[in-house]
Design a protein around this ligand. Structure first.
Ligand SMILES: [Zn+2]
Length: 102
């Protein structure tokens, strides 16, 4: 299920996702980059953990992928990761502990 809104907080290098059930998450670009589900990143993570992206990675673009999910383009040129909504929400629930206050 798609979030109701996605707000880009450039100054914080993070995206805010809001779902209709009231859940809100702030995900840093770095977290999203480090969670990239493409085959290349999976192999890299399996080999060496989380050290794929630097702290300064930026989000260059966001492309919708139908009703299915979203594709992020990162400042390091990586654009292969398509994040289905279900997968994205799962990452956020697992890795973003502190939901932001309304
Ligand atoms: Zn990737």
């Amino acid at each position: 299920m798609a979030p109701e809104s996605i707000v880009d907080h450039r100054a914080r290098a993070a995206l805010e996702f809001c779902w209709g059930d009231g859940e809100r998450y702030l995900a840093t670009y770095q977290l999203l980059r480090a969670s990239c589900p493409c085959a290349d990143c999976k192999v890299l993570r399996a080999a060496g953990g989380d050290g794929i992206a630097g702290d300064d990675v930026q989000l260059a673009d966001i492309q919708p992928v139908g009703a299915y999910g979203v594709q992020f383009v990162f400042s390091d040129g990586h654009d292969r990761g398509i994040f289905p909504w279900v997968f994205l929400k799962e990452i956020l629930e697992k890795r973003v502990r502190a939901a932001i206050a309304p």
